[in-house]
Write a protein that binds this ligand. Structure first.
Ligand SMILES: Cc1ncc(COP(=O)(O)O)c(C=O)c1O
Length: 400
């Protein structure tokens, strides 16, 4: 029996059964052709079954699929690490690979906590955002702040021990540092766009001030760009605008082909571990870290991103989305939010979008609304007519 994600198995709507996929189209066994508005949880940026991605992986498969990084290294992981070093801003140069975004977040938090213990500091508190989502493992849940995901694991007060959550507002930010600055190990954020917490968008001025305060109070700034990285906000990385000390990437890192993620540290963090003292080492090592197929997928994905001028594609997606959503309103709609390759229609009452998934499917679109949020985060290779169709189906739902 398959146990499906985020679902009460007793009442689960049967999932659609895929036979194959190509570009932005999902083809089901019972003959449906669905335009994918979700990019497989925001990761499949080049679309499905991409010939160059396929070739990159099958080429490596003929050499070897996987080897552990404990005591062994190989060319794909070395090339990926060198590429990220060159491609990422500032001195974000030290790559710790892992198999999923949640694990990469765990590693980032571990790095920040141990960075402090290695230097003999007694700091014990993490600053995070309200409505944050950083993954489903335990520490990631602690810095997350969305009861919709964590309701089974105790009240928010219990959960918040050692973690302070603030809204994305400057006065709250100033107050948190004034009150707790000396106790903070790190400040972790989904920069500019909070995804699973409700596609909430906020201004870069908040991050700029956060950077200043982190410097002033000697606190590490962590950007969880698992969702926002690789162009989703209309910036290549938000880290291009404000530099964090630790950057977490996942999802689109491999073009959505294979689960892989990376926690990238700057020189200062690296040096906090680099020592003759064995107890200062980072004691973490996922079995599949640096998987060779994943590294080849990531290298090809970055090459396609650069060669295909993906930032222009993303800006075009944003332009079309703004044009199509202009003038759209409905009394049930609280807000329409658009940023880069993300559009979200938030309703006042989640019941008002119940049934939309089926409605969309009947019109040739795969959607995954959740709670009060109807959204699209499309593969960047989408054609204009395909994007317009997704947006039209979203608007049509309210026009019924
Ligand atoms: C911002 C953010 N961080 C971490 C994660 C967890 O990534 P994964 O599902 O690969 O564990 C997600 C997943 O949606 C995410 O959006």
């Amino acid at each position: 029996m398959i146990w499906y994600p985020y679902a009460q198995m007793k009442t689960l709507d049967p999932p659609i059964k895929l036979s194959h996929a190509k570009g932005v189209h999902l083809y089901t066994e019972d003959g449906l052709d669905l335009i994918d508005s979700v990019s497989s949880w925001w990761s499949v940026i080049h679309g499905y079954n991409h010939p160059e991605m396929n070739a990159a992986i099958s080429g490596q498969l003929e050499k070897f699929a996987h080897v552990m990084l404990g005591g062994i290294t190989h060319e794909p992981v070395q090339r990926l690490s060198a590429k990220l070093e060159e491609w990422l801003p500032a001195d974000l140069n030290y790559c710790f690979f892992s198999d999923s975004g949640s694990v990469a977040v765990e590693v980032a938090l571990k790095m920040a906590l141990q960075f402090n213990t290695n230097r003999g500091s007694k700091r014990d508190t993490v600053l995070a955002l309200e409505h944050a989502y950083h993954g489903d493992t335990f520490k990631a849940m602690e810095v997350g702040d969305d009861e919709d995901y964590h309701f089974a694991f105790g009240s928010s007060n219990e959960k918040k021990k050692g973690v302070i959550h603030i809204p994305t507002e400057l006065p709250a930010l100033e107050k948190a540092f004034a009150d707790y600055g000396e106790r903070l190990t790190c400040f972790i954020v989904e920069p500019l766009l909070q995804g699973a917490g409700g596609m909430r968008m906020y201004d870069v001025s908040f991050l700029k001030r956060a950077r200043q305060l982190c410097d002033e109070y000697d606190v590490l700034l962590i950007f969880d760009e698992v969702a926002t990285g690789f162009g989703r906000t209309g910036n290549r990385f938000v880290a291009d605008l404000v530099t964090p000390d630790i950057l977490v990437l996942g999802k689109a890192l491999t073009g959505g082909y294979i689960g892989h993620a990376v926690t990238v540290a700057n020189t200062r963090v690296w040096e906090g571990f680099y020592s003759d003292d064995p107890t200062h080492a980072l004691m973490h090592g996922p079995t599949f870290m640096g998987n060779a197929l994943a590294c080849c997928a990531a290298l090809k994905s970055i090459e396609l991103f650069e060669k295909g001028d993906y930032m222009a594609k993303i800006h075009r997606i944003e332009e079309i989305t703004r044009r199509e959503m202009e003038g759209f309103s409905d009394p049930r709609v609280k807000e329409v939010r658009i940023m880069g390759g993300c559009v979200c229609i938030e309703v006042y009452n989640g019941a008002d979008i119940e049934g939309f998934r089926r409605f969309a499917r009947e019109r040739g679109v795969f959607s995954r609304t959740f709670l009060k949020y109807m959204y699209a985060m499309v593969p960047y290779v989408i054609e204009e007519w395909e994007l317009v169709k997704i947006l039209s189906v979203m608007k049509e739902w309210f026009a019924r």
